[in-house]
Design a protein around this ligand. Structure first.
Ligand code: EPZ
Length: 422
């Protein structure tokens, strides 16, 4: 397996282009199942998760063609030949479950494997199931698969989510576009990826209002048309690269970055002593003089501090002046980066969903292991300012969510290389 070697190499400077959002693309792609006409997605990120979603949609009979080196995806599901999302694909990527709502709405039946747990948590689907049942679906769990049917089609209803689940909101939103009558989603997720999905669905003819707030109203229509839609910028990749100059020093401009995508995160950077400036091309980030200040962080659904940036923020706080408390409120096991950071000399005390980080002067490079996508990149960030060499194994986790990571960091002066595995 490949490894990535990063050596602390002083301050960074230059520009990093931000790609289209993985988590927007993974819900926009299944939207093709809702219509017989072609859907074209531009600004698509080149990631292994996108390849997995492509494989899944093709297994259902959809056509997915990758153009311009993967930046454009041409999708069409005119003839769907199969309505079963098999376990061996779904287990690789939880977002595969986002074919359930659209397939049910378009075909009246769907069989989707439960994703099974993953490194960061059990990740059940009860909110997806309850939401679709409210629209009239009959869903039964058998042999690890959800067997869903709606022989008379779906009917609009009011759905109140007990938790603002991103995936459940996306699944039910997509299904509701073809349900008969009006659907109201309450306590809906407000993430920018939801707004991006709703914007694309409206281009396809869906009637949706309120996306981006906790109440979304959908008037069902008989059919949807095709569309062309640019994938929104990836706020998690953006936040990740904003932390590179914060940790290593210097100044980096993240091209395509938008402040409205990372509001709560920027507030915490400001409190820690990091300056962020909107330029005409993106966000320019620089550490103000002096040491990073300790800050407390609690992860919440958008617009709160994103759980997907918690590991990366911890890497920054490992060398802050003082003690920081990080509370992970979204997933039950998302501190696996902590023991790896401790191998680099970090002082972290984890109890349940709370991690207390006592800043040290400097970390020291060490061999470390990637465990999940965001944990892996936090180790790369820590290595940018650590003394000596950090060697990261199992980098396939990184390939799921960060396109051209080595090239982007090399481009701003980081000493980083990827070595082919044996
Ligand atoms: C999406 O996952 C993202 N993935 C995750 O990003 C992100 O961490 C998460 O939202 C939270 O922002 C994609 O968009 C593809 P949830 P999702 O449903 O939809 C519990 C990354 O690194 N829950 O909002 O699965 C669940 O167990 C990934 O890019 C239920 O209990 O997140 C979790 O504790 C990781 N029942 C919490 O809610 C349900 O039916 C948040 O889940 C659904 C969720």
């Amino acid at each position: 397996m490949d490894q990535i070697i990063v050596t602390g190499n002083g301050e960074l400077s230059g520009e990093i282009p931000i790609a289209g959002a993985k988590n927007a693309c993974l819900t926009l792609m299944p939207a093709t199942l809702l219509s017989e006409e072609p859907l074209t997605l531009t600004n698509a990120p080149r990631l292994s998760d996108i390849k997995t979603m492509t494989e899944l949609l093709q297994s259902l009979g959809a056509e997915v063609t990758s153009l311009q080196g993967g930046q454009v995806l041409a999708l069409s599901s005119h003839d769907l030949s199969n309505h079963v999302a098999e376990y061996d694909i779904v287990r690789k990527m939880r977002a595969s479950n986002l074919v359930l709502g659209p397939m049910l709405a378009r075909l009246g039946h769907a069989v989707v494997s439960l994703p099974g747990g993953c490194a960061i948590g059990a990740r059940p689907m009860d909110l997806h199931i309850r939401g679709l049942e409210a629209l009239g679906a009959e869903i039964e769990l058998r042999d690890g698969y959800l067997h869903a049917k709606a022989p008379q089609g779906l009917k609009g209803a009011t759905v109140e989510f007990s938790f603002a689940s991103v995936g459940a909101t996306e699944n039910v939103l997509m299904a509701a576009t073809l349900a008969k009558g009006t659907t109201v989603l309450k306590n809906a997720a407000r993430e920018p990826e939801i707004v991006d999905l709703a914007t694309c669905l409206r281009k396809m003819g869906a009637r949706i209002e309120g996306d981006g707030t906790s109440q979304i109203t959908i008037e069902g229509v008989d059919r949807l048309s095709g569309a062309t839609h640019p994938v929104v910028a990836d706020r998690i990749e953006l936040g990740t690269y904003m932390l590179a100059p914060a940790i290593a020093g210097g100044e980096v401009e993240c091209l395509g970055g938008r402040l409205d995508l990372v509001g709560a995160f920027v507030e915490k950077l400001d409190a820690a002593g990091i300056g962020v400036e909107e330029t005409g091309r993106g966000l320019k980030v620089a550490r103000r003089n002096g040491r990073i200040r300790a800050v407390d962080v609690t992860t919440e659904p958008f617009p709160g501090f994103p759980t997907d940036l918690q590991a990366q923020m911890m890497a920054l706080l490992c060398t802050a002046d003082g003690t920081s408390v990080l509370e992970e409120k979204i997933f039950e096991n998302r501190f696996m980066h902590a023991p790896e950071l401790m191998r680099m000399g970090a002082q972290i005390d984890v109890h349940g969903g709370t991690a207390t980080v006592t800043g040290v002067d400097r970390l020291r490079g060490a061999p470390v292991m990637a465990t999940d996508l965001r944990a892996s990149v936090s180790l790369i960030l820590a290595g940018l300012a650590a003394e000596g060499e950090t060697v990261l194994s199992r980098v396939y986790h990184l390939d799921r969510g960060y396109e051209h990571l080595v090239r982007k960091l090399e481009g701003v002066g980081a000493r980083i290389e990827r070595v082919k595995g044996q």
